[in-house]
Design a protein around this ligand. Structure first.
Ligand SMILES: [Ca+2]
Ligand SMILES: [Ca+2]
Ligand SMILES: [Ca+2]
Length: 346
């Protein structure tokens, strides 16, 4: 009678339909037929007994997560994430691949929102599906969930993964981005529960209706996966890297040829500015001071020495001229007097 009692208890448990097989897809029907062999206590003869066949439907066992596609561990914040982009510039687009993972045995509608906790304002965050060849597919409309089927253990492929990409576009307005700005975002997945009041009757997706479940059924903001972005900070160093007395060419090679050396800087200050600064400081001279004395008119250039005019050649006279007997004061060899203006001698 002891064995009969155990058989009845097993049959009652199967009839309740509460069995759940991990990895087996929700909704799968499992049939059970129990048999028992025992000795008749009165005669000692062996007896067999077979139960009726009991059908059991596998209930949903939901679980999901959003992770980095490259396998980097998630559950971080914008300050602790190892996924970094440094030296970004205004308007830069930063794309990070992620995967929506169904870790349960029932289809789930995962809503993906951008969590930008700790990020500077001004950037835009969008999510796209990823095509099999790795290119960006259609944009995921904010608020519209993505259906992710569970992995079917009967097939080799993993049907429980949907690849997406997070695309962050940095602002270009200088008021919104500076070298000290830190941007970042994480996809945040949630699933709305659809199970009825009696999960055995209306199991839904396994989550209680009216609830919003976070990744891996954890608390809010405890299983995120951020991408952190810092901005390029330009720096100017006006100190020479080495002795400036050893010049180099444009390629950085030592330049021994004198023609390649830079021209030395003159040690003499500019004459005009120096004289002006020491003798005519504009700030030191009051506006009412007398103007500088007028310059004297330029002196005419010294005239070249007058050349003595050679006396005309004496014409041979066929006869004796009485001119030779005129007054000696009208000499034809008199030198012309120079005037005030002179022209250069060719
Ligand atoms: Ca996660
Ligand atoms: Ca599979
Ligand atoms: Ca996780």
């Amino acid at each position: 009678m002891k064995r009969s009692t155990q058989l009845i208890a097993l049959m009652a448990a199967l009839a309740a339909g509460s069995a759940s097989a991990a990895g087996t897809l929700a909704g799968t029907t499992i049939e059970n037929t129990a048999t028992a062999s025992f000795d008749d206590p009165a005669t000692g003869a062996p007896l067999n007994s077979t139960s009726n066949t009991v059908q059991t439907v596998v209930l949903p066992k939901p679980d999901f997560d959003i992770v980095y596609t490259d396998g980097t561990a998630d559950a971080n914040t914008i300050t602790t994430t190892p996924v970094l982009t440094t030296g970004a510039v205004p308007g830069q687009i930063i794309t990070t691949p992620y995967s929506l993972v169904n870790k349960g045995n029932t289809p789930l509608d995962i809503t993906v929102n951008a969590d930008t906790t700790g990020s500077a304002a001004g950037s835009t965050v969008k999510y796209y599906r990823v095509n099999p060849d790795g290119s960006l597919g259609a944009e995921i409309t904010p608020g519209t969930p993505v259906t992710v089927t569970p992995d079917d253990p009967a097939t080799a492929a993993d049907e429980g993964i949907v690849k997406i990409a997070q695309v962050i576009t940095l602002p270009t307005d200088p008021a919104l981005i500076s070298p000290t700005s830190v941007f970042g975002a994480s996809p945040e997945g949630t699933v709305a529960g659809t199970a009825g009041a009696d999960p055995l009757v209306t199991p839904g997706n396994g989550y209680a209706s009216g609830t919003t479940v976070q990744e891996e059924n954890k608390a809010v903001n405890t299983d995120l996966q951020f991408t952190r972005i810092t901005v390029y900070a330009p720096a100017l160093d006006n100190n020479p890297n080495s002795n400036p007395g050893t010049p180099v060419d444009s390629a950085g090679n030592p330049c021994p040829r004198p023609a390649c050396r830079p021209s030395p800087v003159s040690a003499c200050p500019p004459k005009r500015s120096a004289r002006w600064a020491t003798t005519r400081p504009s700030s030191a001279r009051p506006a009412t001071s007398r103007p500088p004395p007028p310059r004297p008119p330029p002196r005419p250039a010294p005239c070249p020495a007058a050349r003595p005019t050679p006396p005309p050649a004496a014409r041979p006279s066929p006869r004796t001229s009485p001119v030779t007997s005129r007054s000696p004061t009208r000499s034809p060899t008199r030198t012309p007097r120079p005037t005030g203006s002179c022209s250069p001698t060719p």
